[in-house]
Design a binder for this molecule. Structure first.
Ligand code: CTP
Length: 397
């Protein structure tokens, strides 16, 4: 039987986009059941969703389309995932506090399926402390937000509040619901993002890593059922739902955090772009500008992955090699030198790969000499392909 997505539609102006979301999810092979709030009916008719999905549309908590069935329990139990898109500030507040005064909020309480929320509202309403507090409550409870984008609203205001791109929502949800749950009981440790090495209290040596690849790897592992700890350098990304995130600044701090979680992991993925050098003597007060030459003395940082891999036992260790030339040669050298089981190499000089972008193209090298070239795809798809390879590698080890 096809997987079921329960699509909750609220009364935001973006409600019309929910029709495309429903179609997109169906195109991915999912069965979609729509639940609307009464306010959503001001924006789009239930008949649209009924015609598109081939399923009845529920609104009131007492709607019972099939005689002898209690719809809110039946639909709640049959759902593999519940997506609320667009979600209004009012519905977020109700969800955060467990209110159940319509079919959507009743279903959200009655289901144990993962909850995905794509909000859309005026920027002032989104940034209001009440809304942000509700988002925090829901996030802590495991809800996964697909955050709103920046743009001009229907009211003319500009800011964060636009519904995320329809295709991004569809891919996110379809990926989560369709991916295999083959990492259950696997404990995963991941490093991501850059490290910042202080020069003085206001300056640092860093790099262009956005953390997107490492965060996508953490999210994919979580979706597949793993218990995930993410040691993150400074990035501006939302924490993936259900993942324990520990923030660090410097390579030394990252090493300490990794060492204290390494014992309890089965797989370690080192995706961080660790600064290779740090200022030898960071200044305790800000250096003032003058006209003299400033030579900064740098000392090497510890190699985090090599340090822990030296005592890896039967843990599976994965590293990255971001290269600009001699990609294969350098990657194979790092695989061996750092004691890795698998290395994911990418040519960061080629377009659409590596730092700051949303796509990546990796070539995987296993310790047994086998290589696999992955196509250029989203970091999310790349993350899932990497987990496929890690599982194969662990199995063969
Ligand atoms: N790495 C690490 N600690 C460091 C440097 C790198 O854990 N101090 C990890 C990275 O997370 C990555 C792998 O080692 O998984 C390779 O990182 P990369 O920067 O490509 O390699 P380096 O050893 O720094 O070599 P170079 O910069 O000379 O290419």
């Amino acid at each position: 039987m096809n997987k079921q997505v329960l699509l909750g539609v609220c009364g935001s102006i973006a409600a019309y986009k929910a029709a495309d979301i429903a179609r997109g999810l169906m195109r991915e092979g999912l069965n979609v059941r729509v639940v609307m709030t009464t306010h959503a009916m001001q924006m789009i008719a239930p008949a649209t969703f009924a015609a598109l999905t081939g399923n009845p549309v529920l609104i009131d908590a007492f709607d019972e389309p099939v005689a002898g069935q209690i719809a809110h329990i039946q639909w709640a139990q049959e759902a593999d995932l519940i997506l609320i898109a667009p979600a209004t500030a009012h519905t977020l507040a109700k969800l955060a506090h467990g209110l159940a005064d319509d079919m959507l909020t009743t279903l959200a309480l009655a289901t144990t399926a993962p909850l995905y929320i794509a909000p859309a509202m005026n920027p002032a309403m989104w940034s209001h402390p009440a809304t942000q507090h509700n988002v925090q409550i829901l996030t802590e409870r495991g809800a996964q937000f697909i955050p709103p984008a920046f743009g001009i609203m229907a009211c003319g205001d500009e800011g964060w509040g636009k519904l995320a791109e329809v295709e991004a929502i569809v891919q996110h949800v379809a990926g989560a619901v369709l991916c295999p749950k083959d990492l259950q009981e696997v404990r995963v440790l991941i490093t991501a993002g850059p490290t910042y090495e202080p020069i003085d209290p206001v300056r640092f040596v860093g790099n262009r890593s956005s953390g997107k690849m490492g965060y996508a790897i953490a999210q994919a592992a979580r979706e597949r059922g793993a218990e995930v700890t993410l040691i993150s350098g400074p990035v501006s990304l939302p924490a993936p739902a259900g993942v324990e995130v520990i923030f660090t600044q410097t390579a030394d701090q990252m090493l300490t955090a990794v060492q204290s979680h390494f014992e309890a992991c089965d797989v370690f993925v080192a995706a961080a772009a660790v600064a290779d050098y740090k200022p030898a003597q960071p200044l305790s007060s800000k250096r003032k500008r003058d006209s003299k030459l400033w030579a900064l003395e740098m000392v090497p940082n510890p190699d985090i992955v090599a340090t822990v891999a030296a005592h890896k036992g039967n843990r599976y260790i994965v590293g990255f090699a971001a290269e600009t030339d001699k990609v294969v040669e350098n990657a194979l050298h790092k695989l061996k030198k750092k004691g890795l089981d698998l290395i994911a190499a990418n040519d960061v000089s080629a377009p659409g790969r590596g730092f700051e972008v949303d796509t990546n193209q990796l070539t995987l090298f296993f310790a047994n000499g086998i290589a696999r070239e992955l196509p250029l795809m989203s970091k999310r798809e790349t993350a899932h392909a990497l987990w496929d390879a890690i599982l194969e590698g662990r199995h063969a080890k």
